[in-house]
Design a protein around this ligand. Sequence first.
Ligand code: ZN
Length: 218
Amino acid sequence: MTTDIARIARAALVACGRRLDALGFTPATDGNVSARLDSATLLVTPAGREKGGLEPEDLLVVDLDGHVLEGEGRPSTETPMHLLCYRRRGDVGGVVHAHPPVATAFAAAGVPLDAPVMPEIVLTVGRVPLVPYATPGTEELARSLEPWIDGHDAFLLESHGVLTLGRDVREALHRMERVEHLAKVTLAARLLGGAHALTDAQVVSILGPGAPHRPPAG
Ligand SMILES: [Zn+2]
């Protein structure tokens, strides 16, 4: 059973890496992906590798303190950021970090994607806050997320890129794709005079009253 979970998780991470690469979200060796295996371990992509060229055996098993338990090489330099997500959010089973170009442009310009402008995004992603800049690959980046990690499933990392969470890798990947789509639509709408934000009543009618991911008003 445990072996099956690990095999499925490895296949999901490899597929996610290929998808990120095909979408142009992880140029060169950028980006990193992880999946929770059980309450104490996760699977993470290795540092310095193209995400489109990974094989299942390239992935590393680490514990929640970041110690490598299985696999060759070094885990992603952003492993501390992934660990923070799993430690703080018991509902998270997959984490994707990438540099999709349009959403990363919003992050570079310091512009959050937190207005409710598309029903599908409200329903599946929620607000995308701008997390203040911290140096990539450091514990500081993980700490910068702490104030935002509860209540959000997608984040713009200022002057850096995008982080998404999901119940599994597939859901985190879909959120990544949707954040980039939202960024493209928002950019185009700005050329046309600006997107119209949905009203609070419209948001409630999408999510239902008291929904766990209902964005705060205002
Ligand atoms: Zn990055």
